[in-house]
Design a protein around this ligand. Structure first.
Ligand code: NAD
Ligand code: UD1
Length: 331
């Protein structure tokens, strides 16, 4: 689900390259059918595509009837923290509602393996980094709460019926793009997240990067995050699927690099890639930001044999390649 989106499209590529047959279900709310061309030109194969809203139980059941589906990777969802604060019911209705529909359809179709896109945003700001999977959870906005509630629903399903095989992936900060530059993130409007904003300044679409706070207790005063290459994340979904072949119950994994990078360090990395300075403007702290977030990735490493391979330089270089391709294709 959500296979036309940023993380879903890269996961589709990884699945096809590993020999899986992929069926993408997406309502194209935040993506476009052009992504199929990108996937096709990378892999030589076009995934089956169902232009379906996940909240429509009959339509979802039709997809299960049409294809011999064995496992579901559920990346469909709305993801703007800001929008979730102004329109919480939209987030609860779409993210939780669609997951419940999906679970019902899976039960009817007899499919019990599900990998879900959760987020590091479920962790409480009172926890000390690095966050391991047992760190205290306490989301502070409706988007994060929708992820948290879905995690709880999945845990309850596993308690109620031991046949479920459920993997919950808590992504840290996904960035980068496929190294071909043929698929990547296509934010609509002015981006809220750092990397897409930086890239739009780099390409000249936005004038300067606002830096939200340089007075944090960090070495350079700016916030630290665990950026992870989207192609590494995509591999993480395959590793989770393989793990679930032999294990039932519910399992949680952080997907990050375990390393922190500050806002200013990321700006410097992008400057190296584009070989020119990025105009910046120091601003007040952004409400709700935590100074330092990075993952403890030991569990994914030991249980899934998964580790992020790509460096911050590679994340910036691949994101930039996509940004140029994307901007060119829109002219
Ligand atoms: P995205 O918006 O690029 O992709 C999500 C896809 O889901 C889109 O193609 C959209 O059209 C589709 N979708 C949304 N609601 C749907 C519905 N009701 N029915 C069918 N399709 C629907 O987002 P992404 O960055 O690829 O994120 C994928 C998942 O990972 C989301 O659940 C998101 O919350 C989660 N996540 C993302 C990040 C991030 O920074 N990108 C971080 C942590 C977690
Ligand atoms: C945000 C979301 C989180 C979500 C994640 C997805 C919030 C509070 N959290 O996390 O729920 O899972 O995106 O990637 O929105 N920054 C700037 N200038 C900008 C944009 C960001 O200085 O123009 C700074 C922020 O203050 C932050 C850092 O860059 O310190 C990273 O921000 P962002 O990319 O939005 O990610 P998170 O805040 O970690």
């Amino acid at each position: 689900t959500g296979g036309m989106g940023y993380i879903g499209s890269h996961t589709s590529v990884a699945l096809i390259e590993a020999g899986y047959q992929v069926v993408v279900l997406d309502n194209l709310d935040n993506s476009s059918e052009k992504v199929l061309t990108g996937i096709e030109s990378i892999t030589g194969q076009t995934p089956h595509f169902a232009h379906t809203d996940l909240r429509d139980v009959d339509a979802v059941l039709e997809v299960f009837n049409e294809y011999p589906i064995t496992s579901v990777i559920h990346t469909a969802g709305l993801k703007s923290v800001e929008e979730s604060v102004t329109n919480p019911s939209k987030y609860y209705e779409n993210n939780i509602g669609s997951t419940i529909t999906l679970v019902k359809a899976m039960q009817t179709a007899g499919v019990s393996t599900l990998v879900f896109s959760s987020s590091a945003t479920v962790y409480s700001s009172s926890s000390k980094p690095p966050f391991d999977e047992n760190a205290k959870t306490f989301p502070t906005n409706p988007y994060g709460m929708s992820k948290y509630i879905i995690e709880q629903i999945m845990a309850d399903l596993a308690l109620a019926d031991s046949k479920w095989r459920l993997g919950i992936l808590r992504y840290f900060n996904p960035v980068g793009a496929h190294p071909s530059g043929k698929i990547g993130e296509s934010p609509s409007g002015v981006p809220n997240n750092l990397m897409p904003y930086l890239m739009q300044v780099a390409i000249g679409k936005l004038e300067k990067l606002p830096i939200y706070g340089d007075d944090y207790e960090t070495p350079d005063g700016t916030c630290i995050r665990d950026y992870v290459h989207v192609v590494d994340l995509a591999r993480g979904h395959l590793a989770a699927l393989e793990f679930l072949e032999n294990k039932n119950g519910v399992h949680f994994w952080n997907l990050g690099t375990g390393k922190g990078t500050s806002v200013l360090e990321l700006v410097k990395e992008v400057e190296k890639v584009i070989e020119k300075p990025i105009p910046i403007e120091m601003k007040q702290r952004r409400k709700g930001d935590i100074p330092i977030v990075f993952a403890d990735v030991a569990k994914a490493s030991s249980q899934l044999s998964w580790q992020a391979k790509y460096s911050i330089e590679k994340m910036c270089a691949d994101h930039w390649k996509w940004q140029k391709h994307y901007s060119d294709s829109r002219q």
